[in-house]
Design a protein around this ligand. Structure first.
Ligand SMILES: NC(=O)c1ccc[n+]([C@@H]2O[C@H](COP(=O)([O-])OP(=O)(O)OC[C@H]3O[C@@H](n4cnc5c(N)ncnc54)[C@H](OP(=O)(O)O)[C@@H]3O)[C@@H](O)[C@H]2O)c1
Length: 244
């Protein structure tokens, strides 16, 4: 299927993991993809692979994030995927650690979204997909602040969907379950990491981690033109974790 022919797509955190998977899938369906992210070498590598553009930006810097989105020109699709986790029991964490999570997972998403809206409004078309997490719906031991940022993304999604519907812009949140990516490797490397990852698997109905391609397939649906009646949704791709 070439559902994305002629579409300009920007994916934050597109240099590895889920973001890179979404880049590859949408490019394979015909999109021109702008791969945005913090590490220049990885965004360039993925952009080269798909014949797209690379943009080096740390989205926790609000002004830089907004400038990068504006410089990218009018977008048909914005995937707010960049995010990170910093596992640890809440009682042991510090306000500095909370703030770093908020700066990327929320402030960065706010900045990219706001900067993309004028172009989408003018075109009367847009697809915004925020990458959330089951942690934001059901909580996650050892990930309290991360979970709070992801829960907030769902609320943000619904509100922006309400505000932008009249301009032909849909806004959805992909509620992702545990997926084997470099982020999960970082969780594994922490003191209680192996137990946390085992609990994540056990917490799904399918008793396994998700694959990047499975998340990318759902993203490709949510961001397609044909998903025009789907907005303000939490679209769970989590192996049934929400009810397991
Ligand atoms: N993997 C899971 O189990 C899982 C579950 C639920 C939700 N999610 C969500 O899915 C999204 C992608 O996760 P992932 O597992 O693919 O993580 P990942 O493998 O760590 O990749 C995240 C990407 O985001 C980039 N990034 C992080 N902070 C950034 C910033 N401030 N500015 C620009 N780019 C930044 C990273 O750049 P660098 O290369 O510089 O690190 C990296 O390319 C995240 O929002 C995550 O919360 C993941």
């Amino acid at each position: 299927m070439r559902r994305y022919e002629g579409r300009r797509v920007l994916v934050t955190g597109g240099g590895k993991g889920i973001g890179a998977g979404i880049v590859r899938r949408l490019a394979a369906e015909g999109a021109h993809v702008i791969v945005a992210g913090r590490t220049r070498s990885s965004v360039e590598e993925v952009a080269d692979e798909v014949g797209g553009e690379a943009v080096q930006v740390d989205i926790s810097d609000v002004e830089a994030a907004q400038a990068a989105i504006v410089a990218a020109g009018t977008l048909d699709v914005l995937v707010n995927n960049a995010g990170f986790d910093d596992p640890g029991f809440f009682s042991d964490t510090t306000p500095e650690r909370w703030r770093r999570l908020l700066d990327t997972n929320l402030m960065g998403t706010f900045a990219c979204t706001q900067a993309a809206l004028p172009g989408m409004r003018a075109a009367g078309y847009g697809r915004i997909l925020n990458v959330g997490s089951e942690a934001g719906r059901i909580g996650s031991k050892g990930n309290a602040v991360y979970a709070a940022t992801k829960g907030a993304l769902s609320a943000f999604t619904k509100s922006i969907a309400r505000e932008e519907a009249r301009y032909g812009i849909t806004v959805n949140c992909l509620v992702v379950g545990p997926v084997d990516t470099p982020l999960l490797d970082q969780v594994r490397a922490t003191e209680h990491g192996p137990r946390m990852v085992a609990a994540m698997k056990a917490g799904t109905l399918v008793r396994r981690l998700g694959r990047v391609e499975e998340i990318a397939a759902a993203a490709a649906f949510a961001c397609a033109e044909e998903a025009s009646f789907v907005t303000a949704e939490d679209l769970a791709v989590s192996g049934g974790m929400g009810i397991a």
